[in-house]
Design a protein around this ligand. Structure first.
Ligand code: ATP
Length: 280
């Protein structure tokens, strides 16, 4: 049985020390998930805590369950077994009693900004949509412009359609849209993997900058350890639907405990070495 058979896996006390001033915002205990009764288990007894204000990166190979995990955390999928709480309350309870508040607080930015923005809508309408739907109010033009400015875009972008923007601009619009409702947690699912390498760095810098300026709690998924280690101070390594290692980024990168993590670290180093050689 994947659920309920293992002790809860939490960050070690030494890791928790760094963030002891921050209460856990998201808490996951023995979470298991499958897409249907006769389907294989995709998440197996996953336990983790995301402290308020932290940036946690979830890394692992394709199919390890990263996207499924964050979809459960932000309420798009329901856990098959185990508990998930947000701000101390079960997310099933949130969704039953305060669905709009939960949706507002838990925003997800997808890998492909082109598919997350409606091609028939101008940016103005797309960015205003979450506030309209979740806060039930109209958004003034100067408020919309301020969100665009925050993500480094000129407010004139509001009058454009998605096809008139670059991939990097689209991802900035998608981030502005998510931030417009002032979320408690921003979940980012491979936010840079559909972008050119040079643009990837800009979007990662933007996420780091927004985090510092807004005190955001960020949960970022990537197959790329180098990407996650740049932005996040805590790393969770997944394989086959289970957590194989979790801890502070520096410890995971410099002293990985699991063999699988060691292989990921070596691969990330080899890529960065090859990149620096080709640049010189
Ligand atoms: N809607 C679905 N129905 C059935 N199985 C699914 C569904 N979505 C994902 N899966 C399966 O769940 C497993 C985990 O997929 P998931 O997308 O969560 O992994 P991932 O680590 O995010 O991978 P990737 O980086 O390739 O997106 C895979 O075996 C996948 O085939």
């Amino acid at each position: 049985m994947p659920a309920g058979t293992r002790p809860r896996r939490r960050l070690e006390p030494a890791e928790a020390l760094e963030v002891s001033a921050m209460a856990p915002l998201v808490d996951v205990g023995d979470l298991s998930f499958r897409y249907g009764t006769h389907q294989p288990w995709v998440l197996r007894s996953v336990s983790l805590s995301v402290p308020r204000g932290a940036a946690v990166g979830i890394v692992g190979e394709s199919g390890s369950g990263k996207s499924t995990l964050i979809r459960v955390l932000c309420g798009l999928l329901t856990a098959t077994a185990g508990a998930v709480t947000y701000a101390g309350r079960d997310i099933g309870d949130w969704l039953a009693r305060h669905p709009r508040q939960f949706r507002r607080d838990n925003q997800l930015v997808f890998q492909s900004p082109a598919s997350s923005l409606d091609p028939r809508m101008r940016v103005r309408r797309s960015v205003a949509e979450p506030v309209r739907a979740l806060e039930r109010r109209r958004v003034a033009d100067d408020e919309l412009a301020s969100w665009l400015t925050l993500v480094g875009l000129d407010p004139s972008v509001l009058d454009r359609y998605p096809h008139q923007l670059s991939g990097g601009q689209l991802q900035r619009v998608a981030i502005a849209r998510s931030l417009s409702v002032n979320p408690g947690v921003l979940y980012a699912d491979e936010p840079t993997s559909a972008l050119d390498v040079s643009v990837q760095a800009q979007v990662l810098n933007l996420l780091m900058d927004l985090r510092a300026r807004l005190g955001l709690t960020l949960v970022m998924v990537s197959h790329d350890l180098a990407v996650v280690s740049r932005v996040c101070e805590q790393i969770v390594v997944m394989r086959g639907g289970a957590i194989v290692e979790a801890g502070p980024t520096a410890a995971v990168m410099h002293n990985p405990a699991a063999e699988y993590t060691r292989a990921l670290v070596d691969a990330a180093r080899a890529v960065s070495l090859a990149a620096s050689r080709s640049a010189s």
